[in-house]
Design a protein around this ligand. Structure first.
Ligand code: ADP
Ligand code: ASP
Ligand code: MG
Length: 418
């Protein structure tokens, strides 16, 4: 029997009516002759609420208990989806991660898949069940405890199941009808893409376009899963939405194909750090040990008068997700107290955002950076940090200019026109 994976995000299962709407889409695929694995998210807002409860209870929480709490939203929707399908006459059964079991690494709150044994689900299909509903975002760690896959992780659950079960396609149903040139909530000029290359989607996702979790795109690329993003709220067919595919499948491509933004950024500067071999390792090792995800890094000559510091000194600036500032500060203060690093001051700027342009055409075209910086300068947006890779350029700017910067870059690179 051909098999499809269909994933429904938070807004698509936000209440009982929407679950019914999603179930109707599943029923249609069953009627077309497919066995279906449905991956569900928690009802929209639920995971945020659960995370909030954990943080209020314990600011530097134990990640095992964080996972125990925040994974629970998906359990509710999985059961409700199975019940809704049963009410429609579609034989369906639900699974929580540990029941499959979805085996993951031990990294609580950021676990990765190890394997997904098929036997339990295959047996139910063999018994005549047509739909297996699986709670997204969660798994089972080697310590026998529940893990989660990082925010947005249900996308990755969907792709992992598509790979494990050899699905014909993995359809990600969400509140937009595809992947756009930029977040359509930021500019109405955003244009829907019919196809986007894995590499570009990977960059857009990791730079803040939350329409797909980064890891889901990585897995789809590795296991050659046909991955599609489409609307839960519109009538859809096999040509709807956006296909994430190999570069070779795309005929027309611009130099820049997308603009991504991420508002939850913070910038930390260690002022007047002793400049010696090994200093970067001494700073970033304790940050890594504390589980801080450092993103952009700049080292510059200290502007301070450093007469009282014999030898050379430097300022070290790096960006971290805003909710990791306290962890980062604590790691730096402990490293300083232990005598591993020395600095005069630790300055935190929590009012920054990252804006990036992405395109595989950058590999062979010069001048993208110049055009980007000019477009930002024309809007009087000051750039605080710059980072580049083969197919992207990112800048850190004041958060209040984020939307303005996205719109200016979308215009500058002519993304509105096909
Ligand atoms: P779900 O709950 O279905 O997983 P998400 O909220 O995680 O949905 O992702 C969908 C959202 O991603 C859209 O509502 C949109 O605002 C946002 N988004 C950001 N960048 C893009 C983009 N380039 N294309 C489409 N949507 C985007
Ligand atoms: N519910 C989880 C989250 O909000 C996982 C997901 O929706 O993909 O992050
Ligand atoms: Mg999501």
């Amino acid at each position: 029997m051909p098999l499809l994976v269909m994933k429904f995000g938070g807004t698509s299962v936000a209440d009982l009516d929407r679950i019914k709407n999603a179930a109707t889409k599943v029923q249609r695929e069953v009627e077309r002759g497919y066995d279906v694995i449905v991956i569900v998210s928690a009802m929209s807002g639920k995971t945020n609420e659960l995370v909030g409860w954990v943080e209020q209870t314990s600011p530097l929480f134990d990640a095992r208990e964080y996972d125990a709490v925040v994974s629970s939203g998906e359990n509710v929707t999985a059961g409700l989806m199975a019940l809704t399908l049963q009410e429609m006459g579609v034989p369906a059964r639900s699974w929580q991660g540990w029941q499959v079991p979805i085996n993951t690494t031990a990294q609580h709150s950021a676990a990765r898949f190890v394997d997904i044994p098929r036997a339990n689900i295959d047996q139910k299909f063999a018994e005549g069940f047509k739909v297996a509903v699986v709670a997204g975002f969660q798994g089972l760690g080697p310590d026998g405890r529940i893990t989660t896959l990082g925010r947005g992780g249900s996308d990755t659950t969907a792709v992992a199941f598509a790979a494990a079960f050899g699905a014909e396609r993995c359809d990600i149903y969400t509140d937009v009808d595809g992947v756009y040139t930029t977040d359509p909530r930021i500019t109405s000029k955003a244009r829907k893409l019919n196809k986007i290359a894995f590499e570009e989607m990977l960059e857009l996702a990791s730079l803040g376009a939350k329409v797909l979790q980064t890891r889901s795109v990585e897995l789809a690329m590795r296991y050659k899963v046909r991955l599609r993003v489409l609307s839960s709220f519109e009538d859809t067919d096999e040509n709807s939405g956006t296909l994430i595919c190999a570069e070779e499948e795309i005929m027309e491509s611009k130099v820049v194909n997308g603009v991504a933004s991420s508002r939850d950024e913070a910038k930390i500067t260690l002022v007047t750090v002793e400049d010696r071999p090994g200093i970067s390792a001494a700073i970033f090792a304790p940050l890594a040990d504390a589980g801080v995800n450092v993103d952009m890094i700049v080292q510059n000559i200290s502007e301070k008068d450093y007469e009282d510091h014999p030898g050379s000194v430097t300022d070290m600036t790096f960006s971290v997700p805003i909710n990791q500032v306290e962890r980062a500060k604590r790691a730096m203060e402990e490293a300083k107290a232990a005598g591993h690093i020395a600095y005069d001051e630790l300055v935190v700027d929590t009012e920054v955002a990252k804006v990036s342009v992405v395109g595989i055409g950058m590999r062979s075209h010069a001048g993208v950076a110049a055009k980007m910086f000019k477009a930002l300068a024309d809007e009087n947006v000051n750039i605080k940090v710059i980072a580049t890779s083969e197919i992207k350029i990112s800048v850190l700017i004041d958060r209040k200019y984020m939307e303005l910067a996205v719109q200016a870059l979308h215009d500058a690179f002519g993304l509105e026109a096909a």
